[in-house]
Design a protein around this ligand. Structure first.
Ligand SMILES: [Zn+2]
Length: 145
């Protein structure tokens, strides 16, 4: 039997929780994968990673969307999409987007409501809808791990 992993959770329990997390967020992951494919993103294989990666193709809607709003990456469920392939080697941004995957594992389909609600809450408080969104603040806090 495998020993404890660095998280302190035994390996079998860790795998069980990971599997349950992926099942719980599966509807969101499917939406993320369909969004990426429908907006012209290319799937990219990353060995040893459970996330599903995509890279936007120039001239397609996702590329335009990323450029218009100034985002490097976008995560829905386990689908992580980047505007350019170079971000696949940016560990800070990878950690940020993977934190959104973890957030979604906890919240499942409710993340489709809680994330926009957090933006609305920030606006009501007179703050920025993106930078002060609680999920973005949390993701930024995990960039340096
Ligand atoms: Zn983010």
């Amino acid at each position: 039997m495998a020993g404890p992993n660095p998280s302190g959770v035994s390996a079998p329990l860790s795998y069980l929780l990971l599997t349950l997390g992926h099942l719980w967020m599966l509807p969101v992951s499917i939406i993320g994968i369909l969004w990426a494919l429908a907006t012209g993103c290319k799937p990219v294989r990353v060995d040893g990673d459970l996330a599903v990666y995509f890279v936007a193709r120039p001239g397609w809607p996702a590329y335009w969307w990323f450029r218009k709003f100034g985002f490097a990456g976008f995560t829905l469920g386990t689908a992580i999409t980047f505007v350019e392939v170079k971000y696949l080697w940016n560990q800070r941004i990878i950690r940020h987007e993977k934190r959104h995957v973890t957030q979604c594992m906890y919240q499942g389909v409710f993340s489709l409501i809680t994330y926009p609600a957090a933006s609305l809450l920030a606006v009501i408080q007179g703050k920025h809808h993106y930078h002060d969104n609680l999920y973005e603040v949390d993701a930024r806090a995990h960039e340096g791990e």
